[in-house]
Write a protein that binds this ligand. Structure first.
Ligand SMILES: Cc1ncc(C[n+]2csc(CCOP(=O)(O)OP(=O)(O)O)c2C)c(N)n1
Ligand SMILES: [Mg+2]
Length: 399
């Protein structure tokens, strides 16, 4: 074959860099290249705090008292749900004990018209937003689908596949903006979830579209047994925001007033066309990953005890007492109210649910596929056969 006359580049040959004077001037940046100054997007060096700092004086006492009641109820919800797993009334419970400040602040900061996109660990946020507690626990009970109507509460289903709720939140927020609806989406995700592809895709589109969405990363130190140091080498998870062109905020996740303040600012920004924000709340998962996990296999009790001492409920209680906003009588009243909530939940969860297995096929597709129809027919036949067998043997329908 005839050799080509085009000179072939020898990769080993190093060409000395041309003098700056010899170089052709760089072309003007193309019009689509946005010049973003990264400095204003960078998170603070230390997590933002309100309680025990000068910022506390500006915090609204009525809001703090409401958050206190929410925190106490939230803690009681966590202990009650965990107890229900031991009693065989709940299949699994990923507790948010220690993280209640993030959960209740996320619910409290939203307007009714906004949307919450929770993960499996955020049933408390859903309940604090108004979802019926039994409905919020339906999925974790293993009953069926979501358990509540997402449109009624404006709470998306608790998402078990990590980070998949994030692109959904971005899509909803972007659509709301196109339609001119005044709606912001708040999406919750764990530290481990920030390593997922869905996280990347959601962050990228949110920033490019300037979608009215806020991401709250609850950095609770672990993804099951994987500690943060083995999860990410980022300076902080809030720094991840900068690469996408959105601001990252770092907040003390056990300081409910701080989480509320930072989320409130981010929501206002989103609502007024300023685009998305990534908030990293530094907190700690005090309980095991779920009731099925033994956390003593991968972490020390001393570490857990140190975080128990930095408890979100105690932090706020101490601040409120210090300002004369809370006394023993009010503490007892709030505790009694939380106890009532737990008793009602216990009672309702102790009632056997009446389930129709055929419900499995409802709400999967708007129009059922042929395969789904076939599977529904098979199950119907099996259930009828079972009922027939129970009838002939004199047993009651086991369903
Ligand atoms: C896509 C996907 N991969 C793996 C899992 C299994 N999984 C369930 S929870 C979990 C850890 C998540 O950790 P993190 O995001 O920090 O949330 P946390 O449980 O601490 O709230 C993993 C890997 C999953 N649910 N979804
Ligand atoms: Mg985690």
């Amino acid at each position: 074959m005839k050799k080509s006359s085009t000179p072939v580049r020898d990769p080993a040959r190093k060409t000395p860099p041309a003098d700056a004077a010899d170089r052709a001037p760089a072309p003007a940046p193309p019009p689509w290249q946005v010049a973003t100054d990264p400095a204003p997007l960078l998170p603070d060096e230390r997590p933002f705090r309100v309680l025990g700092t000068p910022a506390e004086a500006a915090a609204d006492p009525a809001l703090l008292l409401r958050l206190y009641a929410d925190l106490v109820r939230g803690r009681r919800f966590n202990t009650q749900a965990t107890a229900l797993t031991r009693q065989g009334r709940l299949a699994v419970y990923p507790s948010s004990a220690g993280q209640e400040a993030c959960e209740v602040a996320a619910a409290a900061v939203l307007a009714d018209r906004d949307w919450l996109f929770p993960s499996y660990r955020d049933s408390l946020a859903a309940v604090a937003r108004g979802v019926d507690p039994v409905e919020a626990l339906t999925l974790l009970r293993g009953d069926r689908h979501t358990g509540y109507d997402p449109y009624r509460y404006r709470v998306a289903p608790l998402s078990t596949p990590l980070a998949t709720q994030l692109p959904h939140a971005v899509g909803l927020a972007h659509a709301a903006r196109i339609k001119g609806d005044d709606v912001v989406a708040l999406a919750l995700v764990g530290d481990g979830g920030t390593s997922e592809g869905d996280f990347h895709e959601a962050m990228n589109f949110a920033a490019v579209w300037r979608a009215p969405v806020v991401f709250l990363v609850q950095n609770n130190g672990f993804a099951i047994s994987v500690p943060l140091a083995k999860q990410s080498a980022a300076p902080t998870l809030a720094h991840k925001a900068v690469g996408y062109g959105m601001p990252g905020r770092l907040v003390d996740g056990n300081d409910v007033a701080a989480v509320h303040t930072v989320l409130d600012e981010a929501l206002r920004r989103a609502r007024t066309g300023g685009g998305p924000t990534l908030v990293e709340a530094v907190t700690y998962r005090v309980d095991a990953h779920t009731n099925a996990d033994d956390a003593t296999r991968y972490r020390d009790d001393e570490e857990v005890e140190a975080w128990r001492a930095y408890d979100p409920v105690r932090l706020l209680e101490a601040a409120l007492r210090g300002r004369g906003l809370l006394d023993d009588g009010e503490v007892a009243r709030v505790a009694a109210d939380a106890e009532d909530m737990a008793a009602r939940l216990r009672e309702r969860m102790n009632t056997d649910p009446v389930l129709d297995p055929m419900d499995l096929f409802a709400q999967v597709y708007a129009e059922r596929t042929d395969q789904l129809e076939e599977q529904a027919r098979l199950l119907r036949a099996e259930l009828d056969a079972e009922a027939g067998a129970a009838g002939t043997s004199g047993r009651e329908d086991a369903r």
